[in-house]
Design a binder for this molecule. Structure first.
Ligand SMILES: O=P(O)(O)OC[C@H]1O[C@H](OP(=O)(O)OP(=O)(O)O)[C@H](O)[C@@H]1O
Ligand code: HPA
Ligand SMILES: [Mg+2]
Length: 179
């Protein structure tokens, strides 16, 4: 698995220290509210787990699975809901936890859906942002790292369902997805 990585972009230590910072900021933002924290599966599962351990105020959690990449490095543009939320978002302050914003299509679709379902507020925290990939105008409220224009894997992010369990963020060797 490590042999398929061209370069480590962000180390495990850098990730953990940034997530601690984000947790502190969000603990202040939600000091007197009780947000519903939504994890966008699968990619965000590791970030979600580490982030909520750094949030010191009471939160509720729910999980939703969406997919638009499949076994490709380009968004299909079709955001498929694979698992819906268990809880109602009506009148709730929702915090959406994403691993990466690339084209922006996944989050645009999700925010629109949650607003139509009556969420009181929708706030987005993403660990990574790749502005070069954007196809729609969308910005997160809180961002961990801005990434260059390369397909990255690790820390929840996959290529064809692999590499999610790397504890760091790396750039995949191009021959892995062109071969
Ligand atoms: O801004 P976008 O271009 O929409 O890309 C970002 C989305 O793509 C990835 O999910 P993917 O569809 O690969 O599903 P996964 O999380 O199960 O890997 C990632 O986890 C984000 O949810
Ligand atoms: O760079 C990426 N890597 C993995 N999954 C992704 N989904 C959108 N962009 C990426
Ligand atoms: Mg994926």
């Amino acid at each position: 698995m490590q042999n398929d990585i061209q370069e480590v972009l962000i180390s495990e230590e850098e990730l953990q220290s940034k997530i601690k910072e984000l947790g502190e900021i969000l603990s202040k933002e939600y000091a007197d509210r009780n947000p519903l924290v939504i994890c966008v599966l699968k990619g965000a599962f590791i970030f979600m787990a580490d982030l909520v351990k750094n949030i010191t105020v009471p939160v509720e959690m729910d999980f939703m699975a969406v997919s638009s990449y499949g076994a490709s490095t380009k968004s299909s543009g079709v955001v498929k809901i694979i698992k819906d939320l268990d809880a109602s978002v009506e009148n709730r302050d929702v915090l959406i936890v994403e691993d990466i914003i690339d084209s922006g299509l996944t989050l645009t679709h999700l925010i629109d859906l949650l607003q139509r379902r009556g969420a009181k507020s929708t706030t987005v925290v993403t660990l990574f942002d790749k502005p070069s990939g954007r196809k729609v105008d969308l910005e997160a409220d809180y961002t961990g790292f801005v990434l260059p224009d390369a397909f990255v894997v690790g820390y929840g992010l996959d290529y064809a369902e692999k590499y999610r369990n790397l504890p760091y963020i790396g750039i995949l060797k191009p021959e892995i997805y062109t071969s």
